[in-house]
Design a protein around this ligand. Structure first.
Ligand code: HEC
Ligand code: HEC
Length: 346
């Protein structure tokens, strides 16, 4: 008895000494690089961190910034306020986004994942690079309403940030380009590729589809994937899918290019993780996926830019609708929304 206590206490104290010795925070110690893995059978990403070497310290810095309310004018909201991990980085239960002073935006916060495959950002493609994209919400009066210079003043006062910028970029200068690169490292790492559908496609355990789900996949392949194409479930093009113009008469891509041919076209969103990201469409007008299907079968709004694939709507029987809903559920990736790497840091 006595002897085993001795051994235990020796082990205990050596563990304590060892842990004191290695106390340097792994997130901010000089940087380990991270290998960005493209899921099997997926196309090459549009952005693969060119000129922005992906490291553990850079990613962790990006995560801290993403959830930091100091990026907003009155320090009240962070990127993560409108892009919540449990909602696949969309904003739960808000049709239109809410910014500082609860100012209402004109659009629904989209979910964020697999962003490295997007060649354009926002519902209208107003920005084409992940490292530039955050400037929009930061400066938008209805989102964070803050200036990059002010943010730099706030961050430079924080010793923890100085350490983290130093670990990520080699010295402790804090400036906006570095902040944007770190945010891109965090956002680019948000890869969702572990749904039941993905396991089915890779022939892994957990990927056994039911008859209903397989029938649903078949229907989706005929009627939806011309736009929501596999494996990302979007071809990232701009299309008019027959929604009646929103209350704000948002003309989408047309606002950017001013071309009549682009009026009311919006970027095709992914069909992944829909369970976590209601409501749906650019203005969050539909609360449920059943409402979405009813739109495609019954309520296509005719207009000159309506996508030719939808002029007569999509025909689906009630049974087929149930199959499609069952298949869409196989695109939910619970590993992604629960991934501890992507949660708000403590
Ligand atoms: C007030 C809510 C709000 C805040 C805060 C916010 N966003 Fe967004 N985000 C939105 C909305 C709404 C859109 C869609 C805007 C549009 O299409 O015009 C969007 C779009 C995006 C997109 C484009 C996604 C796509 O599919 O094209 C990215 C990436 C993104 N936000 C990242 C961020 C980052 C990074 C921050 C913090 C710097 C941030 N957001 C802060 C509401 C917000
Ligand atoms: C002609 C191209 C096209 C076809 C075909 C199509 N969609 Fe869409 N879909 C879009 C576009 C564009 C949007 C975004 C529209 C907007 O918000 O203005 C969209 C949005 C959605 C959304 C909302 C997603 C979100 O995050 O808000 C869902 C769900 C959806 N489609 C499901 C389907 C299903 C299921 C089918 C097949 C039955 C289908 N779509 C067929 C182009 C298409």
């Amino acid at each position: 008895m006595k002897k085993s206590w001795k051994i235990i206490s020796v082990l205990f104290f050596s563990a304590v000494i060892l842990s004191i010795g290695c106390r340097q925070d792994p997130d901010i110690s000089p940087s380990k690089s991270i290998n960005f893995e493209v899921p099997p059978n997926w196309p090459k990403p549009h952005y693969a961190f060119e000129g922005n070497t992906l490291t553990q310290a850079g990613f962790e810095l990006g995560r801290k910034l993403f959830f930091d309310t100091r990026l907003s004018r009155d320090n009240s909201i962070s990127c993560g306020s409108c892009h919540q991990p449990f909602a696949a980085f969309a904003q739960m239960n808000h049709d239109l986004s809410h910014g500082v002073n609860d100012k209402l935006g004109i659009r629904n916060s989209p979910s964020l994942f697999n962003l490295n495959w997007h060649n354009n950002f926002f519902w209208d493609g107003g920005v084409n690079h992940l490292e530039v994209q955050p400037v929009n919400p930061i400066q938008s009066p209805v989102e964070m309403d803050e200036k990059l210079d002010n943010i730099m003043v706030k961050l430079r006062k924080d010793i923890d940030y100085r350490k983290r910028f130093s670990a990520a970029f080699g010295d402790d200068s804090i400036y906006s380009q570095r902040m944007l690169k770190a945010l891109a490292q965090f956002m680019g790492m948000l890869v969702s590729s572990n749904s039941k559908y993905d396991k089915y496609m890779r022939g892994e355990t957990g990927g056994n589809m039911t008859e209903t789900e397989l029938r649903g996949l078949n229907i989706v392949r005929q009627k939806c994937t011309p736009c929501h194409s596999e494996p990302l479930f979007s071809d990232f093009s701009f299309r008019n899918n027959g929604l009646k113009p929103s209350v704000t008469n948002d003309s989408g891509r047309g606002r950017i290019t001013l071309a009549a041919n682009d009026l009311y076209k919006f970027k095709v969103p992914s069909l992944r993780n829909l369970q976590y990201s209601p409501p749906y469409m650019h203005d969050g007008r539909f609360r449920t996926l059943t409402d979405v299907l009813t739109h495609y079968t019954n309520d296509i709004y005719p207009s000159p830019t309506l996508d030719p694939l939808l002029t007569t709507g999509i025909v689906l029987t009630d049974g087929e609708k149930a199959d499609v809903l069952a298949f869409l559920a196989t695109l939910n990736d619970v590993d992604f929304v629960k991934d501890s790497r992507f949660q708000e840091p403590k």
